[in-house]
Design a protein around this ligand. Sequence first.
Ligand code: SF4
Ligand code: SF4
Length: 193
Amino acid sequence: MTLKAIPEDSKMGEFPCNTCHTNCCKEYVIFVNAHDVYRLSVGLGMSPQKFLDIIGAKDYDLGIKIQEGLVDLALKQKDGACMFLEESKYVFRCTVNDIKPSVCKSYPFQMEDGKLIQMDSKMCPVEWNTGEFEAMMRAHLKKDEDEWVFYDKLVAEWNGTDSKKPLAEFLKFMLDRVAQEFSEPSIPTNNKK
Ligand code: SF4
Ligand code: SF4
């Protein structure tokens, strides 16, 4: 299916992702950081273990050292797509749209030389009007970058303790840190929901 380019005068509400049946929510592994996990856990009232997968980390310096191995955190998949994707003949919908991970909000944009551009990716069939999204995405991409810096420091601190504790303990450590930033109570990491 090919979607038309967004006309210059299109409104933000007319969002092409709602009717798109291409593969961005199927093809990519969605890696997540501490803030992503926190927002999803709080927003869904769900233990992170219910939606997180651990994937063997390629980067030895950035992977999380836990009892289960050297890992990265990603969203679970179901039937070959992100578990949060609802797809039928008529619907292609992110069921966690308001709290979806930062990388999902960013796609398919990136900054280059201080300007918002569309990624050089063939997967997204829409020719986005980047000017329309410039202010919103500039702020979002900066926030996203800051959150990954926060996460990388947190992982480095955890790994520095040289303790190979289970995933649940790392998640508690990670989410407590985000909760401290927001001055909010920490969330459970092993409830049954
Ligand atoms: S970002 Fe592109 S490929 Fe992904 S759902 Fe939206 S229109 Fe489709
Ligand atoms: S969280 Fe939503 S936008 Fe991101 S991959 Fe899953 S369904 Fe797609």
